[in-house]
Write a protein that binds this ligand. Sequence first.
Ligand code: F6P
Length: 550
Amino acid sequence: MSTAPRCDRTEAWSRLADHHAGAGRALDLRQAFAADAGRAEAFSLQAPEVFADLSKNLWDADTRALLLALARECQIEPRRDAMLAGEPINLTEGRAVLHTALRAPRGAAPFGDDVHEVLDRMLAYVEQVRDTATSGIRHVVNIGIGGSDLGPQMVVPALDAYTSPALTLHFVSNVDGHDIAPVLRRLDPRETLVIVASKTFTTQETMANAAVARAWFLAGYGEGGEAAIAKHFAATTTNVAAAAKFGITTTFGFWDWVGGRYSLWSAIGLPIALAIGAENFRALLAGAHAMDRHFAEAPLEQNLPIQLGLLDVWYRNFLGFSSRSVAPYHQGLRRLPAYLQQLEMESNGKSVDLDGEPLPFGTSPVVWGEAGTNGQHAYFQMLHQGTDVIPVEFVAVKTPCYRAEGIADQPEGVRAGLADQHHKLLANCLAQSQALMLGKSTDEAMGESAPTASKALDAATVARHRTFPGNRPSTTLVLDQLTPAALGALIALYEHRVFTSGALWRINSFDQWGVELGKALCNQLLPRFASGDTAGLDGSTAALLGRLRG
Ligand code: F6P
């Protein structure tokens, strides 16, 4: 086990506490920019495919220097290297953590032969299926949940410009039949490929949906259905034996050293590869690998994932922010917040350290959000004027990219309109980070006319309602274009940032025992729905069971 100290037992932590008590918590972004014309540049970093403006965050050069000292004292570099070398850093499960090996060129990381054998075989299969005139497949249904769903479900719409119009992807995850039923009712089994995606091949939701899909397929296909399963079903799993038992012979495997929420780079990425093709899937992997190298090689002063992780620790443990909002200003990234929820909250939602000692400080923030500009018309009110400070992470994409057949054939008026919309999108993104930081004083509000304000109220009262405190922090990440490589780099950036805060907190970011209890209790409750037996249940659960039983 790593002997690296926990963050709160270091000298840098005490110095950060002193710094926080003084200048650290008093920092005013408006004054900081006024005092330093070079602030934007000094707090910006360029990593592969991703530029980051960190200057609208509540830190100064001293804060950053102390956080870097903290990272060094917590031995972030040797711990990172241990992960990349395949040491069993997932201590509670005795496993290595090697999602980075899935995107490394052959020979550059452990298990290269295994990884590239499956990758080559999977991508050859992908090209066969994508030859729709021959394969006859027009629809792909991915059945999986959590890490076996959220990655592909996020990436496929993000890379819409790279997807084939000949193949439509569908995602089914929930055990609720309202998820799968509307999907299947639109499909013809003879034109459909069903992927059963499950690391363990035991997950209740996925097994239930897979059984329904199988019954639907056999009923709809008619004669020869059993034999046709070989062509119309595929499994992506570490448990190939269980897939075979289910009757699926087309399988692509992966390994226990790939965590579910880190698995989109493995065979779990099959729906992504089917959507964007082999070459683009390799570009996605290459983009992630470029970020891996940056994480592994860039000095801490220029290391973007490490600096983001350090800011997260500063915000959570010193400034007391318990939430972070993600605002991707690209409709294709609308599932990014949900993807990041699992990545960060399942990884770092822990309350004991590696030794099992209860932690005296907070860990994972709540991660949430919505694509911009939609979020502006929902909850940004609270970000601007609510009582809690919530750091916001904007993701902006400089150049839009539409699927060719959707836009190239459109009349000039449509294309000009879309170009104009993109400028509006980016202006909104910048305006929000500006407004969060600048705010509006009561005096400024007094000086403005407020035509919609009630005439029954005096001007000073109205002005107080129209005051914005400002000094609210944000980060802006900028991609030139949402290419497969850029998206790969962005996702890898988030993975390594989560590693960084988890390493400083000295927690195991790679297990997820917290999901077990609910699963076990569900299995105990299930038979009671048939029997009606409520013996031994608490009063609330017994009453609710009685009410919900059919
Ligand atoms: O929710 C817990 C979890 O184990 C996740 O970590 C995982 O991504 C998900 O369930 C799905 O698991 P599987 O891929 O084994 O079906």
